[in-house]
Design a protein around this ligand. Structure first.
Ligand SMILES: Cc1ncc(COP(=O)(O)O)c(C=O)c1O
Length: 410
């Protein structure tokens, strides 16, 4: 085969095909939906295919179906966000909002701020755009905005490159599960104003709250078009439906739309989502799903407490993920590889760091498996950790590097 002269952004990624996961593996890796609660949309799909056949099977409007955009505006008001139809762009999901916003605002070499750790797919998308990444540490309250402010002031004083964009998951953060306080949200908007950058507020888990009070979206504190909200039906309905949106200033939304290479998103699935929103089925689905996800979370945290009491984690108040610090000296990469051989899939924490990852974190999704499988999976995983701890030949940090850059996981 001819030698392929890859673009630099493609040269080091995607060298290996995705791993083949055993059919009976316990999947605690990606944030997939719980199969038992995937909604039956056959009636809506049949209606759309008959009543809206000519619309559903044509190219869709570039910005999305006008009625769906209108319905998203209504959905956002429930969270205290004011928008109108001109602010809304229908997308293939929230990840597409990040991709298009990067195309719109960020040139090669421009800086993007993320929390440390952050959503691993966001890191690959940002890297695809050849942006440089500024990581800001997190504590139990999420991104340390004081550290961000100090960094920005330092950069400005030294004539360094200030960021163009900040990416944040403020509610039930992926991977940490933390919700950012109102004070920190307000600080982010103030800093965006002062240092002239934009914020992408990626908020797929907001409605999946098990306990505690909701905090107003970052977008609700934005008076100057600094914040672009990204939303999705992946977590509150079904990821396969691929419908999400961006909510931003029309000047930005217009450019994001113009930079979409596939034209409008699928009108068939948009119309199905529209029907489900209008009939109240999505609200009903969220009400049914939330206590089930809480039970899954409890099964996972109980299993860790029982099988590996030294593991450190914070039980999240919502969302899909548990972020676990394994005992000192345990190599999460090695644990991940061995657990995979034992039929348990988890993600090593290193994927959530842009640089210098610590070795002993793992991310687990409690969304996909039921409580019994979760208990079994965590028990097996903890047995792997125990073996690592007693294996004197284990070299922390020396496990086969998991070359996962460029592969998107959720
Ligand atoms: C923070 C975050 N953003 C976006 C997504 C995925 O969004 P979508 O399926 O709408 O592209 C996920 C899924 O795991 C996520 O955790």
């Amino acid at each position: 085969m001819a030698e392929i002269r890859f673009a630099s952004r493609a040269a080091s990624i995607g060298k290996r095909p995705p791993p083949i996961v055993a059919l009976d593996a316990i999947k605690l890796g990606g944030g997939n939906a719980f199969p038992d609660l995937l909604p039956d949309v056959s009636a809506e799909a049949a209606d759309v295919a008959t009543l809206f056949r000519t619309e559903a099977l044509q190219y869709g409007p570039l910005y999305g179906l006008p009625e769906l955009r209108q319905e998203i505006v209504r959905f956002l008001t429930e969270d205290g966000v004011t928008a109108n139809v001109d602010n809304i762009l229908i997308l293939n999901g929230a990840k597409q909002a990040l991709d298009l916003l990067l195309r719109t605002l960020v040139d090669k070499g421009d800086a993007v701020v993320v929390s440390r750790p952050t959503y691993l797919s966001a890191l690959s998308i940002i890297r695809n755009h050849e942006a440089s990444i500024i990581e800001i540490d997190s504590d139990e309250g999420g991104m340390k905005v004081d550290e961000l402010e100090a960094k920005l002031r330092r950069l400005r004083a030294e004539g360094g490159k200030l960021p163009k964009l900040l990416f944040e998951v403020p509610d039930f953060h992926n991977p940490t599960g933390i919700t950012l306080s109102e004070e920190r949200r307000r600080t982010l908007v103030r800093l965006a104003e002062e240092f002239d950058f934009f914020i992408l507020e990626d908020d797929p888990y907001r409605r999946l709250r098990f306990s505690g009070e909701a905090v107003a979206p970052i977008k609700s504190f934005d008076t100057n078009g600094r914040v672009i909200g990204a939303g999705t039906f992946s977590k509150i309905l079904a990821p396969g439906i691929r419908v999400g949106w961006a909510n931003g200033d029309p000047a930005i939304i217009g450019r994001m739309a113009a930079l979409k290479s596939e034209g409008g998103c699928c009108p068939l699935t948009q119309r199905i989502v529209l029907d489900l929103l209008r009939s109240g089925r999505i609200a009903h689905h969220i009400a049914e799903l939330t206590p089930v996800m809480k039970r899954h979370r409890d099964a996972m945290t109980d299993a860790f407490r029982l099988h590996l009491p030294e593991a450190r984690f914070r039980a999240p108040d919502g969302g899909y993920f548990l972020w676990v610090e394994l005992p000192d000296g345990v190599d999460a990469n090695a644990v991940t590889l061995e657990a995979e051989r034992d039929g348990v899939i988890v993600f090593p924490g290193q994927l959530s760091f842009a640089s210098a990852p610590p070795v002993n974190f793992i991310r687990l999704a409690f969304s996909y498996c039921g409580p019994d499988q979760i208990e079994r999976g965590v028990r097996k995983l903890c047995a792997v950790v125990r073996r690592q701890q007693t294996d004197v030949s284990a070299q922390p940090g020396q496990a086969e590097a998991l070359s996962l850059a460029g592969r998107h996981y959720d």
